[in-house]
Ligand binder design. Structure first.
Ligand SMILES: Nc1ncnc2c1ncn2[C@@H]1O[C@H](COP(=O)(O)OP(=O)(O)OP(=O)(O)O)[C@@H](O)[C@H]1O
Length: 263
């Protein structure tokens, strides 16, 4: 590889991930090139959150290597915390602290990781809230925000340390279609304007694909598709067709909680 070829933001090589003594994913090879948006799609229980846990270092791989921002994800807590400063994560459910205002929530990572004079901190927080269009909501508490606004505050907080990599875990859960559209456009705009790489874990296929450069589909313990959104839409693989149609019948086994009850 020549020196001017940037390492991918994320690279998994022949990764196996186990949970609760069971292999959830195996033989995972995956790269997220820098600057792009990658959709990680798959039916419920397929292992999307498990893959995400490997990227954040919460779940070390049982086999293979997981690299994030050119570095093997460390297992030692100190090194892991250092890497996590560079990875913004928007969690399902936002994770906002209810007794803090929007601005105080956004300030949290800055207070934890950087010692900044108050005027600088205030200015950075205002910039982050401005980036998600919520400058005017700085002094509101989470209970005073709509679902879409709360998600945007959580996004501003995830962006606080200017991470080169953003991971979104089901960013549309619980949002109405209008708020969902706002969030997706925001993710695309932020990715382009801040020059980040974004990984969006979602089962909202039709909302996620339009802003994605690449997509992978996880099912039956592995990656069953990797390519562009256009290639995904054109795929004639019965498994992909079943997934895109959201049909319970077909080659995708629902062997998680659903399968156990249905059997
Ligand atoms: N902590 C855990 N211990 C044991 N098994 C787990 C654990 N977490 C997840 N699993 C199992 O791993 C499999 C994949 O779960 P995972 O949450 O990664 O799927 P998912 O694709 O994110 O699903 P969803 O879209 O419903 O969030 C499931 O069968 C689940 O029961």
């Amino acid at each position: 590889m020549s020196d001017d070829t940037p390492t991918p933001a994320v690279r998994l090589r022949d990764v196996r991930l186990d949970r609760g003594g069971r292999t959830v994913l195996d033989g995972i090879d995956f790269e997220a090139p820098r600057g792009g948006i990658v959709a990680v799609l798959g039916p419920s229980g397929s292992g999307k959150s498990t893959l995400l846990a490997a990227l954040t270092g919460e779940l070390p791989p049982a086999a293979g290597t997981v690299e994030v921002l050119g570095q093997v994800v460390p297992t030692r807590q100190r090194e892991l915390l250092e890497l996590r400063k560079h990875v913004g994560v928007l969690l399902q459910g936002n994770g906002l602290l209810t007794d803090l205002t929007a601005a105080e929530n956004v300030a949290l990572p800055l207070r934890t990781h950087a010692r900044l004079p108050k005027p600088v901190l205030d200015r950075l927080v205002a910039m982050k809230l401005g980036a998600v269009g919520l400058h005017a909501a700085a002094n509101l508490y989470p209970r005073e925000l709509s679902g879409g606004m709360a998600r945007r505050v959580a996004l501003a907080r995830a962006l606080a340390l200017d991470p080169p990599l953003m991971i979104y875990d089901e960013p549309l859960t619980g949002l109405d279609p209008i708020a969902a559209g706002v969030i997706m456009r925001l993710i695309a705009r932020l990715n382009a304007s801040l020059g980040m790489t974004s990984i969006i874990v979602s089962h909202h296929v039709h909302e996620t694909l339009p802003i994605s450069d690449r997509a992978i589909v996880i099912a039956n313990g592995g990656i069953v598709f990797s390519g562009t959104p256009a290639e995904l839409e054109r795929s004639e693989d019965p498994l992909i067709r079943q997934f895109l149609a959201g049909s319970p019948d077909g080659p995708i086994r629902f062997d998680g909680a659903l399968g156990a009850e249905a059997a």
